[in-house]
Design a protein around this ligand. Structure first.
Ligand code: AMP
Length: 574
């Protein structure tokens, strides 16, 4: 099989990731080794190896301190940000800060080891690369990766670094609703001009983008909004808190002190939430949840909706913001496309439809795979695919955050106070001539590339001096090289573990096969002995029988003996 120019698209989600490629004029989503088309964005460290995906997610309850998830909520964040401190309370794994950077501390191969969010992300990307390579039978290099709308320049750069560490070349970093819009546009029958709102609600983020499709295939992003703290996991947290309280009331015990119990409860809460999208009630039954207490309870859809009411309401605020930013009325929106696993929640669908005065929502594209579809399509276009189907497909992105300068520090964010925004970098423009306040004229240029990563230049009109900065995540070239080498080491470690397990399996299965052979010989020997004993007894008891009778008995004995003798490989017959 062959992915054109080996380019794949990866939808890198907070909770799940998905990989696809363009082949024979269409996108194929690649299943993982378990046959699933999305793979949990989880990494687990054990005494022997690093696990990623399904196997890692299964470790959450048994190996909670060393199983890392939600890395989207770690990447590019400030440890001292109060929101981040709140987030940390939900994670069983340990996070700390060193030289202004975040790290996760885990036990790997019996030793403490620190990993940056970029490294954890690179492990997820590497897994998606492996899934693609196993399916395609050849190596994959180029990739388009999706990120949430609200990722700032630092976070986007961190994803570029993570892909380099994973041995990938990031052709483009793209907002996930934009990727979904590409998938929508590819499947759409030409119906003229459209204003399309893509509503993307996944595990950790809510992204809303409004597209103006003036000409067939030209997707002009006119407004974007996003909330990095609004998604399925936040709904799960509400359910968890509800049941922790119920447990307290019923048994007078606080189960939050037991990380394993909390993880088991969370798993069941997420399951219940999914069930409530189809049923009015879901049951939770966890045996020996805490101090040998069985916890059997239930949750109604109504209760679930009430406990998340404020979160659900903030969804419509985001849509409102996008409409305001684009100066559009609700009635100007021709199509509302739903993507992301959490858009399956009936209440959310109802609220969005009601917000648009009862408008029918478009659920035609696969909510789990749409972003990977779009990313794979873009990967193929960027690798030179000239298919007629893709002709004229063009995406014009918008920046989601405001940019600003204070003295010569560069900030990104939507707050009017610089301190509440992200400091992207600072640069020096020396030799500005002394002049009264407001007199020096400095021309600042913000240049955002297609990945959403910023370059800022400043030009002093009086002196003609200039300077320029490119936003980087802070990893030097040498650090990236070291991390690439370390990743290669982990990969070799993993390969060694796989080979060891394979060799053990071969020896084990040969040993057990031999044991079966011995058992078989034993059974045959018993059968033969019985037949021989029978024959001797008959001969003793029948000294004077007729020829026919002896021949008859001989045939009976041969019928039993011959198959056994042949199986044992002994030549000749008795
Ligand atoms: P995504 O990031 O798009 O893969 O979405 C993952 C999120 O969707 C997780 O929080 C899931 O719990 C949630 N999800 C998936 N299926 C359903 C469903 N049927 N009902 C409610 N939430 C769901």
């Amino acid at each position: 099989m062959y992915a054109e120019k080996n380019a794949v698209g990866i939808d890198l989600g907070t909770t799940y990731s998905c990989v696809g490629f363009w082949k024979n004029n269409r996108i194929e989503i690649i299943p993982n080794e378990q046959g699933n088309r999305t793979t949990p964005s989880y990494v687990s460290f054990t005494d022997t190896e690093i696990l990623v995906g399904e196997v890692a997610k299964h470790q959450v309850a048994t190996n909670p301190y060393n199983t890392v998830f939600d890395v989207h909520r770690l990447i590019g964040r400030n440890f001292y940000d109060p929101d981040f401190q709140t987030d940390m309370k939900h994670w069983p794994f340990r996070i700390f800060e060193k030289n202004g950077r975040l790290y996760v501390r885990v036990r790997y191969k019996g030793e403490k080891k620190d990993f940056s969010p970029e490294e954890i992300t690179s492990m997820i990307l590497l897994k998606m690369k492996d899934i693609a390579e196993a399916f395609l039978g050849e190596s994959v290099k180029n990739v388009v990766i999706t990120v949430p709308n609200y990722f700032n320049s630092l976070q986007r750069q961190a994803i570029v670094d993570a892909s380099t560490i994973a041995g990938l070349n990031a052709l483009r970093i793209i907002n996930s609703p934009s990727a979904a819009a590409i998938a929508y546009e590819l499947d759409r029958k030409p119906t003229g001009l459209r204003n399309v709102l893509v509503f993307d609600l996944g595990g950790g983020t809510c992204n809303v983008s409004l597209f103006d499709i003036k000409h067939e295939g030209i997707l002009d992003v006119i407004a974007v909004a996003g909330n990095n703290h609004l998604g399925g996991e936040d709904f799960d947290n509400r359910i968890v808190n509800h049941f922790v309280q119920e447990f307290k009331n019923k048994f007078n015990k606080d189960l939050t002190s037991n990380v394993r119990a909390l993880c088991r409860l969370r798993e069941q809460c997420e399951r219940a939430k999914r069930i409530l999208s189809a049923s009015k009630q879901a049951f939770i039954e966890i045996d020996s949840l805490f101090e040998d207490i069985d916890f059997h309870t239930s949750l109604t859809r109504d209760r679930f909706e009430k406990m998340n009411q404020d979160l659900f309401m903030s969804i419509t605020e985001l849509i409102d913001k996008v409409l305001q930013d684009s100066r559009m009325k609700k009635s100007d929106v021709n199509e509302i496309v739903l993507v992301g696993g959490s858009t399956r929640i009936p209440k959310i669908q109802r609220m969005i439809s009601e917000f648009f005065n009862g408008k029918e929502l478009n659920k035609s594209i696969n909510s789990d795979e749409a972003a990977a579809y779009g990313a794979s399509t873009l990967a193929s276009i960027l690798s030179g695919n000239t298919s007629k189907k893709l002709e004229g497909l063009l995406l014009v992105e918008a920046n989601s955050l405001s940019l600003g300068i204070e003295t010569l520090d560069v900030y990104e964010g939507n707050s009017t106070r610089s301190i509440e925004n992200n400091l992207l970098g600072e640069f020096e423009l020396s030799g500005i001539l002394p002049a009264p306040k407001g007199v020096p004229q400095i021309k600042i240029t913000f240049d955002i590339n297609a990945d959403g990563i910023l370059n800022v230049s400043a030009f002093d009109k009086t002196t003609g001096r200039k300077n320029k900065i490119t936003i980087t995540s802070g990893f030097s070239k040498e650090e990236i090289e070291r991390l690439v080498a370390e990743t290669e080491k982990y990969r070799m470690d993993k390969e060694r573990v796989i080979q060891k397990v394979q060799a053990r399996n071969v020896l084990e299965s040969y040993t057990y096969d031999l044991r079966n052979v011995i058992q078989c010989i034993e059974n045959m020997k018993n059968e033969l002995e019985n037949a021989v004993q029978d024959s001797i007894t008959w001969l003793d008891e029948n000294q004077e029988s007729e020829k026919d009778e002896y021949e008859f008995k001989l045939n009976l004995l041969k019928k039993i003996a011959n198959p056994i003798v042949m199986k044992l490989g002994v030549n000749g017959s008795p």
